[in-house]
Design a protein around this ligand. Sequence first.
Ligand SMILES: Nc1nc2c(ncn2[C@@H]2O[C@H](COP(=O)(O)OP(=O)(O)OP(=O)(O)O)[C@@H](O)[C@H]2O)c(=O)[nH]1
Ligand SMILES: [Mg+2]
Length: 371
Amino acid sequence: MLFWQVRQRSSYLFRMRPTLYFTSPYATGNPCLTFTVPGRILTEMFIDYVEIEVTAGDGGHGCVAFHTEKFIPKGGPDGGDGGRGGSVIALADANLRTLLDFRYRRKYKAENGQPGGGGLKTGKSGQDTILRLPVGTLVTDLSSGKTLFDLDKPDTRFVIAKGGKGGHGNAYYKSPTNQAPRKAQDGLLGESRKVALELKLLADVGLVGLPNAGKSTILSSFSQARPKIADYPFTTLTPNLGIVKLRDYKSCVMADIPGLIEGASEGKGLGHQFLRHIQRTAIIVYVVDVNETDIAKTREILHKELVEFDRQLAQRPSLVVVTKIDTVDESDLKGICKGLPESYIYLSAVTRRGADDFLEAIERELDQQKA
Ligand SMILES: Nc1nc2c(ncn2[C@@H]2O[C@H](COP(=O)(O)OP(=O)(O)OP(=O)(O)O)[C@@H](O)[C@H]2O)c(=O)[nH]1
Ligand SMILES: [Mg+2]
């Protein structure tokens, strides 16, 4: 009876899980990714940096054995070689979006090779361990600080730790001068490494702005992405990606990054933790609310925070989009435009006024970079 009750209860909890996760980002302070599947919302923690330890398998030892058979008492050495140890391999998987799995398990080991056997039997090779990582993951060796590789395309593979070679059996050492060698080689140890996995999204355009500036609204207006939009700061807690259609069947990937505030470099707000996703975007789009008291200064604050995070971002091509222009009167807008540089683009993500200018500017920049 009791067992039946426990089963009932656990299946009830299981059904409840998606909704239990749903409200967790604020409660736990952990950033989450939200996926919508027909009928329900699933939320997954977004993890973009982890450190793990990988160890490849050792090679199997070579075997010392001598062949004996009826009427052949001294058949000669026939110890086989040991098998190769398995390697730890990274594989870029286009279906993954976060490094969440690696947060809970930090050590990965591939299988050892089996020792060789008599009768020239080679030991079985150890199985490789495949680590499936999201596209855009950089793997860095923690001891040297060197980036080993960048999984920038789906299905690319890279050996992080190579398996040890199997040792030679005594059959390998036989020679005219040593017909009965009693030595065999030990298998070599597999490589072991501590590595950092760092996910940096690969997007063409990155939207950067103060909280509540209207970044997520721009992404949802120009792409099929449906990030959460609300009238309070820090609605977006993790980056969102969307595909934006340009002219002539061209398209680009746009990333909406959580809001930045002045002093983010000192850890204010969400700090700098998501700016790594801007490091690889081709164009930075500064999104500024038209109702800001000083639009040019706001753009300066955002730029300063980016440069403090990474000096190279100072040279990155950028656009400034003054958004929510439908919220001010036409006459006020003219006054606001007058004082600002001509290169600023005026946009309303709701009425889509200025949408063509915005898309054209993006296209022009992307074309210039490809040229
Ligand atoms: N009228 C009008 N409202 C807008 C426009 N763009 C955004 N909003 C509103 O501004 C509020 C904030 O928009 P979001 O897109 O969530 O802003 P965000 O920059 O993503 O904010 P965080 O994720 O908190 O950093 C929402 O209430 C939107 O409806 C616009 O072009 N016109
Ligand atoms: Mg947002």
